[in-house]
Design a protein around this ligand. Structure first.
Ligand code: KG4
Ligand code: ZN
Length: 337
């Protein structure tokens, strides 16, 4: 029985897993950040402090276990907001020390990376994984639970950041991704043509800051005073399509090059309906299977952290008795084997 804790950004989450079976996965989102137009780190860590005990308690209650049933604890230690990571990791360390159980530090992006396997044990290695969130956009070739390679990453803004920044330019709220997704459903994706940066550059890297700048100039020139509400769906659909086209094209090309049979998508942006639809369609055209976790496993959640921790613990049980690990805000290492 493993208790997992995730607090790297603005979700406080705790999950209980029993041999890959998720018994509970409680997620408390800090919605108050929306009025600031983005996550305020200091407020985020304070909110984690206020909610973490209740979230963990609810995870144990939902799983119908008490703390003495816990055999191990997992916690996200990197990358993320330092204050937020510290709340989760110190809570987890204290709990592990009191219960005398091992504690497994988990890399947040690695958690997303394997979330496609969480409910689908038929996913076979190697596979290509696209991790798209507010802070990260990377494409991975995944050989096993220990081995993967970064094929490419964003050179500037992450895809989620592009959604959020464009939403801000359009006067929509935060986070912008879900708002653009929903407005785009009534819009024409070919109404305006926005740049598809690095689409044909032969690499697996991405760049989304040019898109945001192009939308800004377009709005300044076309609607210098006010953006008419009726054209928002067309703008949203066109911007979304520009982002999705690049993500889909590069992911499919990498799957073909590395001859993999499966693509997984994960991270907050993988909740995007157009991305899911287009990626699935293109994958089918090439005889590839697309696996997308359900929404609660796409956004930041502790279940994905626990799932990977169980694999690590099974492989190296003696490695996880130490409490002296640190949290890190840094981005993903270029390659891990
Ligand atoms: O993975 P996540 O919950 O947090 C991290 O960044 O780690 O991702 C949040 C991001 C935000 O930028 C949000 O706008 C985006 O995911 N997002 C979406 C959708 N839902 C969330 N972007 C596009 N379409 C969506 N439906
Ligand atoms: Zn995330």
């Amino acid at each position: 029985m493993l208790l997992a804790i995730e607090s790297s950004c603005d979700e406080t989450s705790a999950a209980v897993l029993d041999n890959s079976l998720v018994l509970s996965n409680v997620i408390s989102s800090q919605l108050f950040h929306s009025k600031h137009g983005g996550v305020i780190p200091e407020l985020a860590s304070r909110a984690h402090l206020l909610s973490i005990s209740a979230v963990v308690r609810e995870a144990l209650e939902t799983a119908k276990i008490n703390e003495n049933d816990i055999d191990a604890i997992a916690v996200t230690t990197e990358p993320g907001l330092i204050g937020s990571l510290l709340v989760g990791s110190n809570f987890a360390k204290g709990f592990a020390l009191r219960l005398g159980v091992p504690i497994v530090p988990v890399h947040h992006i690695e958690g997303h990376l394997y979330s496609g396997c969480l409910e689908d044990s038929s996913v076979e290695f190697p596979f290509v994984a696209l991790v798209v969130s507010g802070g990260h956009t990377s494409l991975f070739l995944v050989q096993s639970y220990r081995e993967y390679e970064v094929l490419g990453s964003t050179r500037d803004d992450a895809a989620g950041e592009a959604f959020d920044k464009v939403a801000k330019l359009l006067g929509l709220g935060y986070p912008g991704g879900p708002l653009i997704d929903s407005l785009a459903k009534q819009g024409n994706p070919n109404a305006y043509i926005f740049p598809r940066s690095m689409l044909h550059d032969g690499t697996y890297n991405f760049s989304f800051s040019g898109l945001k700048t192009s939308v800004r100039y377009f709005l300044q020139k076309t609607f210098p005073n006010e953006i008419p509400y009726e054209i928002l769906p067309d703008i949203c659909a066109s911007v979304q399509q520009a982002i999705v086209d690049v993500l889909v094209a590069k992911t499919i090309r990498s799957a073909i090059e590395f001859k993999v049979k499966t693509i997984t998508i994960a991270g907050g942006v993988s909740a995007n309906s157009r991305l899911r639809q287009d990626m699935n369609q293109k994958a089918i055209e090439h005889g590839i299977r697309m696996v997308a976790p359900r929404m609660t496993y796409c956004i930041d959640n502790a279940a994905m952290i626990g799932f990977l921790a169980e694999k690590k613990l099974a492989e190296y049980p003696q490695e996880y008795s130490k409490l002296d690990f640190k949290v890190r805000s840094a981005a993903l290492r270029a390659k891990r084997t």
